[in-house]
Design a protein around this ligand. Sequence first.
Ligand code: 5GP
Ligand code: MN
Length: 326
Amino acid sequence: MDKASTQKIIDRLSSAQHPVLLTHIRPDGDAFGSLLGLGHTLRARGQHPSLFVEGGMIPMYQFLPGSELVHDHPTRLPEKTDCIVSLDTSTRERLGPKTLSWPQPIDIVIDHHISNPGYGVINLIDSQIPATAGVLFHLFQQAEWKITPDAATCLYTGLSTDTGSFRYRGTNAQTLHAAAALVELGADPSEVAKQCYLSITHERHALRKLVTDTISIKDRKMSAYLTILPEFYAKSGAKSEDSEGIIEDVSSIQGVEVGSLFEFMPDGGLRVSLRSKGKVDVNSIASSFGGGGHKAAAGIRFTKDAQKNQELVLAAISSALSSPAK
Ligand code: 5GP
Ligand code: MN
């Protein structure tokens, strides 16, 4: 991790009494884990952070200590705000539409997305670390800031969920050392696993069943994709965040190199999720359509022409599979 920019961020964060912490739209475990991990750590230092994310907390992550500290975006930032921090968010736009009308610059960007252009005044982006929670762990160590048991639980959750429970590429000895240190500091691995992986709601399960039934397999069984139609939510009673993780059902099939999921939105848009086992760089496919992410997991959002764009993305996957990047 870059020590000089880490130190700049430590200095900037130390001098803020009322920092605002933000994370990305459609937040996941790393988004909430990082937001609360930094929130707890700054509070333990006597600072007064405000934590915001589009839509506020979601039920699945309510088990995280301090979840009541997370709020939906306000129209205007609190008056005393003296530092704005973006966590785990690869582009400025992914902080959410409401944030775009805030006049203040983003002071600090802390992230691990290779596609992050560095839109902050100070940026710490380390794509070698598989979760933003891991970037924060190293930052806290360099700063010699105390990591409380609550902060440890949140950071551990970010590490666990963004590595698919320490299974994905990018999980290395350093990741496991960080995880072990967080367990020593108070995180409970089986409790986090129970909450994150063994607590699927019946609505989520019903959605998953509808979606997995749409599977199509192509490109010599190396590509498989799923489709979500708007009516699936009404049929299953699930919410939009319940689609998180369903893509694993196709990307985990033997021989499938690229798994993708196409969500047709009620407004005519299309949300695309891509996963690769390693032969194909899905970040470069996503980037060619204006999206981004990581080599092994990336996404795109189209505001129109859903059907046409689905075909274009599937064609790009086919082409990448016929000439793998490495
Ligand atoms: P997911 O498929 O889980 O929504 O996202 C996979 C990865 O791609 C995440 O790291 C996420 O930040 C990134 N990602 C998803 N959608 C977009 C997008 O529309 N734009 C960009 N730049 N990144 C995205
Ligand atoms: Mn992340």
